[in-house]
Design a protein around this ligand. Structure first.
Ligand code: ADP
Ligand code: 3PG
Ligand code: MG
Length: 413
């Protein structure tokens, strides 16, 4: 994807004072399945520069997001209320909450806001029209506001009413997070520095084919880990025991291996267990995994090899844990990758929900050049696909600005 040429909130200048800004953020944060508490607030924190910018310029800031996948129906456990509370803590000031995202009451609440106030709307996906990109719903969302700002990079791969449709009804610009994401991720897609090492892990080959294909052209090495490694290994005829294999993707794995011409590196040893569970005993296995054993992490030799490649790289991108990181004894390989990237002198970009979470757990986020808030959006961007929300902003503005050297945002990018 070419460097983004869209206007940002900075281009609106003083025009936003006292005006209502409808800001799409991606506050789709992970929640604890039992308690419902927010387990990682990276996405909220990453949206703060744009929110603060609007607040400091006395805009009336109306934030909208989805949370989870309620499939068009109200689901109390997916209310944005707790997100509004966390935002209030992070901003250290009060944040209003509207019990819906459209309707008379919302319009009234927005009309009554004072400059500098922040209001969070209820979950967009409580309405099926959001994901259907219904034009009437988009018009309704837009009706209370003067400007639209999109800072939801994590949702930029979705053409929904709040990410795409709404741009047809309001002057539309990007926020600083979208600009930062595009600038860093573009380093991997346009003129990457070499050696360029990409690490790809996680559960399924199927989810990451596009990104793998694209990276095979750009990267010098593609280090594979996680469950997806076993589909590649099986194609090569190496016994993988009872490890997770996508039988219907074996041929595809073969095609990618042929195309890679040696660029794909697969694990040569593993940590295995007889079954997946908190008290599973890890067994180190070299090369061939016997029947009855499941590969759950890369082994120490593989980790050492991957660390060496990372250390020598000028550009490293990483998406997807290289092991079953939810169980501590199988998170070791993933932690080693994170630490190796943290000490690498080159540009290091991390993307993906679980991947970003482990980087934060280790407190290494500031050692990375960029931790992307996008999962699917990050992969689609790395795969060279056009993200519909970004395309809509481009369409709306058609004025060059992102990537301009003289328009540094609050985070210096
Ligand atoms: P991300 O969210 O960072 O993009 P993915 O969602 O693609 O990552 O994959 C994360 C999941 O992959 C984790 O839940 C992890 O447990 C799983 N995983 C990694 N390695 C294995 C493995 N060897 N066997 C089974 N699952 C695995
Ligand atoms: C994400 O978590 O990747 C984004 O918030 C998009 O969510 P979705 O996959 O439910 O559309
Ligand atoms: Mg994930």
């Amino acid at each position: 994807m070419e460097t983004m040429a869209v206007r940002t909130i900075q281009d609106l200048g003083d025009a936003i004072a006292g005006k209502a800004i409808l800001m799409r953020v991606d506050f789709n944060v992970p929640l604890d399945k039992k308690t419902g508490r927010i387990t990682n607030d990276l996405r909220i924190r990453q949206a703060l520069p744009t929110i603060r910018y609007a607040v400091e310029r006395s805009a009336r800031t109306v934030l909208m997001s989805h949370l989870g996948r309620p499939r068009g129906k109200a689901a109390p456990e997916l209310s944005m209320k707790k997100v509004a509370e966390r935002l209030s803590e992070l901003l250290d000031s009060s944040v209003g909450f509207a019990p819906d995202c459209v309707g008379h009451e919302v319009r009234k609440m927005v009309a009554e806001m004072a400059g500098g106030e922040v209001l969070v709307l209820e979950n967009l996906r409580f309405h099926p029209e959001e994901e259907d990109n219904d034009p009437e719903f988009a018009r309704e969302l837009a009706s209370a506001a003067d400007f639209y700002v999109n800072d939801a990079f994590g949702t930029a791969h979705r053409a929904h009413a709040s990410t795409e449709g709404v741009t047809k009804f309001l002057p539309s610009v990007a926020g600083f997070l979208i600009r930062k994401e595009v600038q860093y991720l573009s380093k991997a897609t346009e003129q990457p520095e070499h050696p360029f090492v990409a690490i790809m892990g996680g559960a399924k080959v199927k989810d990451k084919i596009g990104a793998i294909r694209n990276l095979l052209d750009a990267a010098d090495l593609l280090l594979i880990g996680g469950a997806m490694a076993y589909t590649f290994l099986k194609y090569r005829g190496i016994p993988v025991g009872d490890s997770m294999v996508e039988e219907d993707k074996l041929e595809l794995a073969g095609e990618l291996l042929r195309r890679a011409g040696g660029k794909i590196v697969l694990p040569c040893d593993h940590l295995c267990a007889e079954e997946i569970g908190e008290d599973a005993e890890p067994v180190a296995v070299e090369r061939e995994i016997p029947d009855g054993m499941i590969g759950l992490d890369i082994g120490p030799k593989t980790a050492g090899l991957y660390e060496k490649e990372i250390a020598g790289a000028r550009l490293v991108t990483w998406n997807g844990p290289v092991g079953y990181m939810e169980i501590d004894v199988f998170a070791g390989g993933t932690r080693r990758i994170a630490r190796a990237m943290a000490s690498c002198a080159g540009t290091c970009i991390v993307g993906g929900g679980e991947t970003a979470e482990i980087v934060e757990e280790l407190g290494l986020q500031d050692e990375m050049s960029h931790v992307s808030t996008g999962g699917g959006a990050c992969l689609d961007f790395l795969a060279g696909k056009q993200l519909p929300a970004l395309a809509a902003l481009q369409q709306a503005g058609k004025v060059e600005c992102c990537g301009d050297q003289d328009s540094a945002g609050p985070d210096g990018c």
